[in-house]
Write a protein that binds this ligand. Structure first.
Ligand code: SF4
Length: 184
């Protein structure tokens, strides 16, 4: 569903950097890596049990649903909705799922909907940490460290230094608030 605002969205973004599909795929790598490592933690931590595989599957589904949630409930409020200016490609998919909403509500929607996916970062750490303490293995410890580095260092760095740094609404974005001062 197109609105006058959505029709001008690409025009608004023309002076900004556009990302190719290949770049969008690469930019999704840290998130995909986090989901795969998190799922692996459940399998290895449960000693390859059926429950471990079920939890790993549930975690992967949660990760996919979380991405869809952001596309449906946050991206329509973003400048990059229906634009190649979205670094991860969500903005283009979001345009097929829901019409454009006012950019003015982006900050409010960010605060409302980001908490939905935040547990993706912490559930594997808590579960993996518990398993390391109760049934230690080097493989489990390495997976836990890799997960933490990817989720808490690589992914945020990728977003802030690569994608979000070009975003016109970074000053109203809680993710970038306090991190972009003096850059412009
Ligand atoms: S930059 Fe973020 S909020 Fe904007 S369209 Fe892309 S994924 Fe959605």
């Amino acid at each position: 569903m197109e609105t006058p605002q959505s029709q001008t969205n690409d025009n608004n973004c023309q002076h900004r950097r556009g990302y190719s599909r290949g770049e969008a795929l690469i930019n999704n790598a840290p998130y995909v890596g986090m989901l795969v490592l998190g799922a692996a933690l459940f399998v290895v931590g449960s000693l390859n049990s059926t429950w471990g595989w079920l939890l790993a599957g549930a975690y992967l589904l949660y990760g996919i649903a979380g991405a869809l949630w952001i596309m449906i409930f946050l991206c329509p409020y973003c400048h990059f909705w229906n634009s190649t200016g979205c670094p991860c490609g969500y903005g283009l998919i979001a345009a097929k799922l829901r019409g454009k909403k006012s950019n003015d509500y982006f900050k409010k929607m960010f605060k409302r909907h980001i908490p939905v996916i935040v547990p993706l970062w912490f559930i594997p750490v808590l579960a993996g940490g518990f398993c390391v303490l109760t049934s230690f293995s080097w493989l489990l410890l390495v997976l836990l460290i890799l997960f933490a580095v990817d989720a808490f260092v690589v992914l945020p760095l990728f977003s802030r230094k690569h994608g979000c740094v070009n975003c016109p609404q970074k000053h109203s974005c809680p993710w970038m608030a306090g991190k972009s001062g003096g850059e412009e």
